[in-house]
Design a protein around this ligand. Structure first.
Ligand code: NCD
Length: 308
């Protein structure tokens, strides 16, 4: 039962609980009109302390498509945050008005502080360079819908593996499925942090290799997860400029990949995928963005305890 729970990191839900969310998302995709009134009378708060397009819009669209309503801020300076209010106080206040809240924050752990201050379900929509569990739901649903199940595949993650929270969450979540191998493609400066390498991969005996050359890796991949170099997390601009275009996936490189390799990207992209790849049937990132709305509909219903 997911009713009343918060989603702060990918391991908060069991594989079976995730499966129930994906199955509900499938039913919503098959028949969205049946879900138009499911959340009538319910209110979602969006507390965004950091920029967002897809995550905030997809949550808002999800709640509105369920017949619920949304209030919130995308610019914390327009709320009492600007007066110095704590996260705990803001959340307790929001819980007086709303049924469920979504929070994005530049500081690691902020959504957990919010969740601990209320009994209202809180969803982590990205906390600093740490985790982004609802992007992971989106990624997993996309793989599951394409492949039929999650497992038995070599997943390449490419780009900023150090600061990319979507990467950290996806590796954690995939570590519980059978037959997953990882190829971690990044420059030395942007390698996966130890809490994931040691704390997840080595600890669970999951096969992985770390490489710097994308071309060398491409032919063996079933999924390629591209990521943006996370400019906002760099301490100096020079390093960012030096590393920002370290990998660019283009039509030429796609020739090296399997015919059914899935190309995923959490978006926004900067230069890491050339626009010419968008027409390749293996490019799934916009479909992935769409799945994000459906899986968030399923998540909201589940946390509110609404049957579907
Ligand atoms: C990601 C994020 O915010 O971490 N975006 C998203 O939510 N789809 C990826 C990114 O910003 O690079």
């Amino acid at each position: 039962m997911l009713k009343g729970k918060s989603l702060l990191e990918p391991m908060d839900f069991t594989v079976d609980e995730l499966e129930s969310i994906f199955a509900l998302a499938d039913r919503i995709i098959a028949s969205p009109a049946d879900y138009m009134h499911k959340c009538e009378g319910k209110l979602l708060a969006t507390l965004f302390y950091e920029p967002s397009t897809r995550t905030r819009f997809s949550f808002e669209a999800a709640m509105l498509r369920l017949g619920g309503q949304v209030i919130g801020f995308s610019e914390p300076n327009s709320s009492s945050v600007a007066k110095g209010e704590s996260i705990a106080d803001t959340t307790r206040t929001v819980a007086c008005y709303c049924d469920i809240a979504v929070m994005r924050h530049p500081k690691e752990g902020a959504p957990r502080v919010a969740a601990n201050s209320t009994s209202m379900p809180v969803i982590n929509a990205g906390d600093g360079g740490h985790q982004h569990p609802t992007q992971t739901l989106t990624d997993l649903l996309t793989i599951r819908r394409k492949k039929g199940y999650i497992g038995d595949m070599t997943v390449g993650l490419c780009g900023d593996l150090k600061f990319g929270r979507t990467v950290h969450s996806l590796i954690k979540a995939l570590s519980r499925y059978e037959g997953i191998k990882f190829v971690l493609i990044s420059p030395d400066e942007l390698k996966i942090p130890d809490y994931v390498r040691k704390g997840v991969l080595i600890k669970n005996n999951i096969p992985f290799v770390e490489v710097t050359d994308i071309k060398e890796a491409l032919g063996g991949l079933d999924v390629l997860y591209m990521t943006r170099v996370q400019r906002e997390r760099f301490f100096n601009e020079e390093d960012y400029i030096r590393l920002k275009d370290c990998y660019i996936l283009d039509a030429e490189k796609m020739k090296l990949a399997k015919e059914d390799m899935m190309v995923l990207h959490p978006l926004p992209r900067v230069n890491e995928i050339a626009v010419e790849v968008d027409d390749d049937p293996r490019a799934l990132y916009f479909e992935q963005a769409k799945n994000g709305m459906y899986v968030r509909m399923a998540l909201i219903m589940s946390l509110l305890g609404i049957e579907g």
